[in-house]
Design a protein around this ligand. Structure first.
Ligand code: C5J
Length: 221
């Protein structure tokens, strides 16, 4: 059954059974003090605004029986999948792989790599571990979506202009229709958040559509 969500630049029509909610990188490493985000000099409290809207769309998507997928950015403990150009970022001693208060920074299996408790995946929800910004790069996301006949993605998470935007661009080039949930995304730079959302909906929706958690929850109800 088709449904419609008010969105920019135009209403977003979708079929819940052919749609997936993708929650990007809502990890302790980005949202809590002592992780990767803070090691790069960011105020991690700026990402907290996305938590409640993510909870709202997760509840609505689960109730509607939609596929829910979570992603985590991080690297193998031996750093064999981490490009030197990425590892070299940040102050020495606080880089990817270095020890921190939540374990080794941005490393799979460490406490900081976990999704925050408030948004923990439930049984049956795939978690995609990704080494890059985009959720399609070097992951099994695309076959996972194709095998289930998914054609539309609802995208939430952090940060808006980095991993959310890269994922939406990758999805757009692969033919998926993307609805970005504005209040369920956040950035360390509020002006980048606003501009990144504007870039998605500009030019007739060149990368996709933008709506919010309230309108999406109402449509899925
Ligand atoms: C960053 C992300 N900002 N998940 N990662 O490095 O946006």
């Amino acid at each position: 059954m088709a449904a419609v969500i008010p969105a920019d630049p135009a209403p977003f029509a979708f079929t819940p059974a052919r749609s997936a909610l993708v929650v990007i990188d809502m990890q302790r490493d980005f949202l809590e003090p002592g992780g990767f985000g803070e090691s790069l000099g960011n105020d991690v409290s700026l990402l907290a605004s996305a938590i409640a809207p993510c909870q709202a769309v997760l509840a609505a998507a689960r109730a509607a029986g939609m596929l829910v997928i979570h992603t985590r950015e991080g690297h193998r403990p031996d750093l064999s999948d981490a490009p030197p150009a990425k590892v070299e970022r940040g102050p020495p001693g606080m880089r990817i792989g270095d020890p921190g208060p939540m374990g080794r920074i941005l490393i799979r299996g460490e406490p900081g790599h976990d999704i925050i408790t408030a948004l923990a995946p439930i049984a049956g929800e795939p978690v995609i571990d990704k080494p890059g910004k985009g959720a399609f790069y070097a992951t099994e996301l695309e076959p996972m979506l194709r095998h289930r006949g998914i054609e539309a993605l609802f995208v939430a998470g952090v940060t808006t202009e980095v991993c959310v935007h890269t994922t939406v661009r990758e999805a757009n080039d692969r033919g998926f229709r993307c609805l970005v949930i504005a209040d369920a995304c956040a950035s360390y730079f509020p002006q980048f958040h606003a501009t990144a959302l504007a870039m998605i909906a500009a030019q007739g929706g060149i990368f996709g559509w933008v709506s919010d958690s309230t309108r999406i929850a109402a449509a899925l109800n």
